[in-house]
Write a protein that binds this ligand. Structure first.
Ligand SMILES: *[C@@H]1O[C@H](CO)[C@@H](O)[C@H](O)[C@H]1NC(C)=O
Ligand SMILES: *[C@@H]1O[C@H](CO)[C@@H](O)[C@H](O)[C@H]1NC(C)=O
Length: 484
């Protein structure tokens, strides 16, 4: 072996070790790819007439008669998860959290060339909400009959189930849905302000009306039960909606509402049902910018962080042995992506204002908070005891059997008759990979012992949800712009 070849070999060894080291410090993940894919999943959840730039080749138009049973146009919007029902509450939460990511991580999303995809994902929801609240003092909150839908394992393009339409109004109140939809409209109004002023004003106008509606006839709606019952009531959504309206309008009436009428609670969960922690982090931003009256909310945000951080003396939340946030089985990853989002935002706020987090006798740097957010995302992408990815079509050994009708039923002919009874035998209970890859979907994930079952029928492990992904967009954008 000549001398040059030896040094070349040493150089190659050095290079591969060095690259290995780089991979280790970065967690070894292509965050930009994960970010791109997480947004492609939302395109797979679209209902209605799909635009030609839809990036999921196996998806087609569906739900084109939605709303007809009530003589309204309710075509569009999103299916929430693996079935074909359009639920207003989680759909609105998906849009609000996407808007928050688009506002707070605008620069990171621009850097990674994903801002427009996030805006498109938001608009797919807000175009639908504009239809759903086109009549005064009324909001359509659901299309589809969950019982009938759950008795038929069929892709949305071929569904032939009753598309029942549900609404709230002064006689049938639903303050949590009206308020969450208001939050979706005011947060997205901020997103579109500089892109399309007229559209943004329309959204903000509806946001105000919906908030008023939520406030003037208070009550919890049980029409989305047992699937999306607001177990926590509407106080959290009222606070969240008022916070977003205050951010969007700067009007003192919303500040007054927040400081005089809001009930703020210390809760360690951020999810489609519980928004206290989100509102507290959002209002902390305004407190840092000088609104003294909002100090309570900042204190509550601190206490959220202290009750979740693993090495905090006040930790309450349960983590799996592998270090993953685990609150309950079934779409559990939403609690991890939600936590990651809030930790990521709060760490940036603390760092911008040169502050630290104090939990009893311990102090934590903003970087420490961000590292915890990153640990949750890395776990999902493959750094976990099972050494597998929980994002479909990403990384090592990703799920092959997501619990999802669209992805698990092969493309059928238009109008082809389907036997609902047999549909489970043909397509659901089969021990085979889905015929279509549900790219970018983060599934429900492992149990409290880090164990995972990749079976379509085990929905608590394998079902994806739009809000699991929407909550991951912010931290993924930040990680992608830092590392790629
Ligand atoms: C995952 O990888 C680690 C480190 O390489 C190894 O010790 C562990 O046994 C692996 N776990 C499984 C379930 O394969
Ligand atoms: C749809 O359902 C109706 C009523 O149950 C039935 O008459 C019709 O044949 C079905 N169409 C298809 C394409 O399955």
């Amino acid at each position: 072996m000549g001398i040059e070849r030896v040094s070349w070999a040493i150089f190659l060894i050095w290079l591969s070790t060095f690259q290995g080291y780089l991979l280790l410090v970065n967690g070894g993940f292509n965050y930009k790819e994960a970010l791109t894919k997480s947004l492609i999943f939302l395109e797979a959840q679209r209902s209605g007439k799909l635009p030609s730039n839809n990036r999921v080749p196996w998806r087609g138009d569906s739900g084109l008669d939605d709303g007809k049973l009530a003589n309204v146009d309710l075509v569009g919007g999103y299916y929430d998860a693996g079935d074909n029902v359009k639920y207003g509450l989680p759909m609105a939460f998906t849009v609000t959290t996407l808007s928050w990511a688009a506002i707070f991580y605008e620069k990171e999303l621009k850097d990674t060339k994903e801002l427009e995809h996030v805006q498109d994902a938001i608009k797919w929801g807000t175009d639908y909400f504009l239809k759903a609240c086109s009549r005064r003092k009324r909001l359509y909150v659901q299309v589809g009959d969950p019982v009938e839908d759950h008795e038929c394992w069929i892709r949305p393009e071929n569904m032939n189930t009753t598309r029942t339409v549900l609404k709230i109004d002064s006689k049938t109140p639903g303050s949590e849905i009206a308020a969450e939809t208001s939050a979706a409209m005011s947060s997205s109004a901020i997103v579109f302000r500089r892109i399309d002023g007229a559209y943004s004003r329309r959204l903000l106008n509806k946001a105000k009306l919906l908030f008023h509606m939520a406030k003037s006839s208070k009550g919890t709606y049980d029409g989305e039960c047992p699937f999306y019952c607001s177990f926590s009531g509407y106080n959290d959504e009222m606070m969240w909606a008022a916070a977003w309206l205050y951010l969007a309008t700067q009007k003192s009436m919303y500040l007054k509402y927040l400081t005089e009428e809001t009930i703020s609670a210390r809760i360690t969960e951020f999810s489609w049902d519980l928004k206290y922690a989100g509102a507290q982090v959002l209002l902390s931003q305004l407190h840092f910018q000088g609104r003294d009256k909002l100090e309570t909310f900042k204190n509550h945000a601190d206490s959220f962080m202290c009750s979740v951080l693993p090495d905090s003396p006040y930790r309450q939340i349960s983590l799996s042995p592998g270090g993953f946030v685990h609150l309950r089985d079934g779409a559990n990853t939403q609690y991890a992506t939600g936590t990651a989002f809030l930790f990521s935002v709060y760490s940036d706020l603390l760092s911008q204002h040169k502050q630290k987090l104090t939990c009893g006798d311990k102090e934590f740097s903003p970087k420490h908070l961000f590292d915890f957010a990153k640990s949750q995302i890395d776990y999902i992408l493959g750094k976990n005891p099972e050494n597998r990815s929980y994002m479909v079509g990403f990384g090592k050994n990703p799920p092959k059997q997501p619990h999802h009708r669209g992805a698990s039923v092969p493309t059928l002919k238009k109008g082809e008759a389907v036997n609902c009874g047999m549909s489970f035998v043909y397509w659901c209970n089969k021990e085979e990979a889905n015929p279509h890859e549900l790219t970018g979907a983060i599934v429900g994930g492992p149990d409290r012992n880090d164990k995972f079952v990749d079976k379509r029928t085990a929905s608590s492990y394998t079902e994806p949800c739009t809000y699991i992904n929407s909550l991951a967009v912010g931290p993924l954008a930040k990680l992608a712009s830092l590392h790629n």
